[in-house]
Design a protein around this ligand. Structure first.
Ligand SMILES: Nc1ncnc2c1ncn2[C@@H]1O[C@H](COP(=O)(O)OP(=O)(O)O)[C@@H](O)[C@H]1O
Ligand SMILES: [Mg+2]
Length: 319
């Protein structure tokens, strides 16, 4: 196993609102190894972006620890060193709002080079090089973000992240707002950059099928908690958590052999509860088709069922 680059331990992030305390992320633990992609998958509102923002320091954790290359970095971005900020970059879902509309692409791509004093030669030449890497023509540097298409804007956001030569990039639904054809192009580019630069990715998405060819390991989030983590092949062949089975039963399959492996269709009951009003016991019990009495009382602990395959479910031995 390659070295561990990111370790998140028992992370909690709560928001106090007029409606009550939102338990957006509740005791989440995971690791990302050098050069791998951890896919963090969950429905809207499950807490994925909150994990992302806390790891990059946009939010301070309520409790828990975040380690980067072995050092504790559980603090907001204002208290992080420049070297650390360089090493961890984020690409947001919506490149329309993450790129400053009043700046040209040149200014947007020059900024990280200036802030981190990364330019060795001609800064403009470096901007051209960054554009080339994301397959955009050099004259795009004179444009402003609104003159670009959604996919092109996201490529600029990726170029900006690459500018600091990071070790870890957090991709928060980077293709969710884009056409399928552009989505494939961006994913292929991300895979290429990962190989070239030995990058690690925390790839956040609500689209589980996307992870099949992208993730090294997959983690499933539900209502602020991770309910199952496994290496990708194991994950798709031997899903164990009822929620994972529910998600897998509703994604399209490509091959007939996969159809045979697919869990029988599970119809979800009800909606995802509000994180202000988290049910006691297992967070999924209100929608779980196989729940038992204990599930509404006791929150299950994670159990490692095989190498790197962790599941939080009381019924593990009974399914
Ligand atoms: N700044 C905030 N203040 C209050 N509640 C928030 C805030 N950010 C997120 N939440 C709530 O936390 C939960 C998780 O949100 P989020 O992390 O954005 O989920 P996801 O990215 O999986 O869709 C949601 O219920 C959301 O409404
Ligand atoms: Mg989100």
């Amino acid at each position: 196993m390659p070295e561990e680059i990111l370790r998140v331990e028992e992370l909690q992030k709560f928001f106090v609102t007029v409606q009550g305390t939102v338990r957006a992320v509740d005791r989440v633990s995971f690791t990302v190894h050098a050069g791998e992609t951890l896919g963090l998958v969950g429905e809207s509102g499950s807490g994925k972006s909150t994990v992302a923002y806390t790891v990059v320091g946009l939010y301070a954790p309520t409790s828990g620890r975040i380690y980067f290359e072995g050092s504790d970095i559980s603090r907001p971005v204002a208290k992080r060193s420049k070297a650390l900020k360089r090493a961890i970059q984020i690409v947001f879902q919506d490149p329309g709002t993450s790129l400053n509309p009043r700046r040209t692409i040149q200014q947007i791509l020059e900024l990280p080079l200036k802030v981190h004093r990364l330019t060795v030669g001609d800064r403009k030449a470096e901007v051209v090089e960054l554009l080339r890497r994301v397959e955009l023509p050099p004259e795009y540097m004179y444009k402003s973000p609104h003159m670009l298409g959604g996919g092109e804007r996201q490529m600029v956001a990726i170029a900006r992240a690459l500018a600091t030569k990071p070790k870890l990039i957090i991709l928060d639904e980077p293709t969710s707002a884009l056409d399928v054809s552009i989505q494939a192009k961006i994913i292929n580019m991300l895979i290429k950059f990962q190989e070239e630069m030995n990058l690690s990715y925390l790839f956040i998405t609500h689209d589980l099928s996307l992870m099949r060819n992208v993730a090294t390991r997959v983690a499933i989030m539900y209502l602020g908690k991770i309910c199952e983590v496994a290496p990708t092949a194991e994950f798709f062949q031997n899903p164990l958590h009822p929620y994972t089975k529910m998600l897998l039963s509703s994604i399209p399959v490509v091959l007939e052999e996969e159809e045979a492996l697919k869990p029988t269709k599970i119809i979800s009951e009800g909606e995802i509860p509000s994180p202000v009003n988290v049910p006691p016991g297992c967070g999924f019990h209100t929608r779980c088709p196989v729940r038992e009495e204990i599930c509404s009382r006791v929150d299950p602990e994670a159990v490692e069922v095989s190498d790197g395959h962790l599941v939080r479910c009381h019924l593990l031995n009974r399914q």
